[in-house]
Design a protein around this ligand. Structure first.
Ligand code: SF4
Length: 396
């Protein structure tokens, strides 16, 4: 039997297993996607990969690029949790993807184990940054093993997160999670919500497991992340060469084309994903949709899929965001296809929320804030940006 046929049969078997594991409406609209739970969107099916903390190999990049180009819309979205999504797949290719991906080390073939592994994220410079705690990766591996060995049927709540934050070039606390092991002043702390406790090295895994089980035991318990103190330090731009063997790039509007991904694979590049929709490459690589320069003004713009990519999108958000870049004058911009604000939860200098009759405009806020104006077209927004900049005023 050919390897292709074996993988095809393996994919079918895997799909049946995850159907049994997940609820019957697994592939319904609105499901928070993961490797084994594709989500139907306006532009087809979406699949999500949570890469290994040590990144994607050239072979894995080649597989993703080919799959996105053959079966998807030839683009890959980077998420704010360091995941990667392929969009525009048909149902068969979305069903086949998990096992094909797992066979290449892009997640685990067992849906239950994968649902646990994917809650864990790790300092993206661990093992590359000499100032990041050297035990960061080993701790993450031990936690991953502990999670996978949890009792059958234990499942983390939706969007629950667990971080191993080794500090260093990225300031401690930059990884936001419900539970975080943070390396602080030579010691490790277990942090959850407003609480933290100092732990001895031999206590780290067992204490995290006990806390994790306690926090996830009762349904409806508020997520610890919501009560965690805000992160006040600056995350360095992670663009260009910032450490030996670390070449940071950011994808324009958080999307990498299959062509760029295939180019990286051909160049033998390995890549790690960051929670800031960036990539850390082990060699320099140039492509039109990858930004190297921390002064590139396109880095200021963010937008969700919008109209054509999401059924709730009321405007071509990505086109409009890029069109406004020359008028930003250093201000950050979030263009959202509706009030949900999937692309950005935090405050931006300028937030536009598409409605049926035009954009709502919010200065220094989020999509949840009250707009100062409504019903604006892109040229209306441009005029306000220019006026505001020329008058040298801080927006109200
Ligand atoms: S913000 Fe609205 S339009 Fe944009 S992706 Fe989310 S649900 Fe869709």
């Amino acid at each position: 039997m050919s390897q292709g046929m074996q993988l095809f049969l393996c994919a079918r078997t895997g799909f049946e297993r995850y159907q049994a594991f997940m609820s019957p409406d697994l592939m319904r609209k609105g499901w928070c996607p993961s490797l084994h739970a594709p989500m139907q969107t306006h532009d087809g099916w979406l699949v999500r990969v949570t890469p290994d903390p040590e990144g994607l190999s050239p072979e894995q990049l080649a597989f993703l690029a080919e799959y996105a180009a053959r079966f998807g819309n030839a683009r890959m979205t980077l998420t704010s949790r360091g995941n990667l999504q392929l969009r525009g797949l048909d149902e068969v290719s979305a069903r086949d993807f998990p096992q094909l991906a797992a066979a290449r080390g892009l997640g685990l073939a067992d849906p239950e184990a994968e649902s646990r592994r994917r809650i864990l994220f790790v300092s993206p410079l661990a093992g590359k940054d000499s100032s990041c705690a050297p035990e960061t990766l080993p701790l993450a591996r031990a936690l991953e093993a502990a999670l996978i060995s949890f009792p059958p049927l234990w499942r983390p709540p939706e969007k629950f997160s667990l971080a191993v934050d080794g500090g260093g070039h990225l300031p401690v606390g930059a990884l936001r999670a419900d539970i975080a092991l943070r390396h602080d002043c030579g010691t490790w702390r277990l942090c959850h919500g407003p609480f933290s406790e100092l732990l001895q090295p031999h206590e780290l895994i067992s204490a995290t497991v006990v806390l994790l089980k306690r926090l996830t035991a009762s349904r409806g318990m508020p997520r610890a992340l919501r009560s965690a103190p805000p992160f006040m330090a600056e995350v360095p731009p992670l663009m260009g060469q910032f450490l030996p063997g670390c070449h940071g790039v950011k994808a324009v509007l958080g999307e990498v084309s299959a062509a760029s991904c295939a180019g990286m694979a051909r160049a033998g590049i390995s890549a790690r994903l960051t929670p800031w929709r960036g990539l850390i490459l082990d060699q320099p690589f140039e492509a039109p949709d990858l930004m190297h320069d921390p002064a590139d003004p396109r880095r200021l713009a963010e937008a969700c899929a919008g109209q054509g990519g999401c059924s709730r999108g009321q405007a071509l958000t990505q086109r409009d965001a890029l069109s406004l870049v020359p008028d930003l004058g250093g201000r950050t911009l979030h263009v959202s296809g509706c009030v949900k604000g999937c692309a950005v939860r935090d405050t931006r200098d300028v937030t536009l929320v598409a409605q049926k009759d035009g954009y709502d405009l919010i200065w220094h806020g989020t999509t949840a804030d009250r707009p100062v104006e409504s019903g604006l077209g892109v040229e209306d927004v441009r005029r306000r940006l220019r006026q505001n900049r020329h008058e040298g005023r801080t927006p109200p």
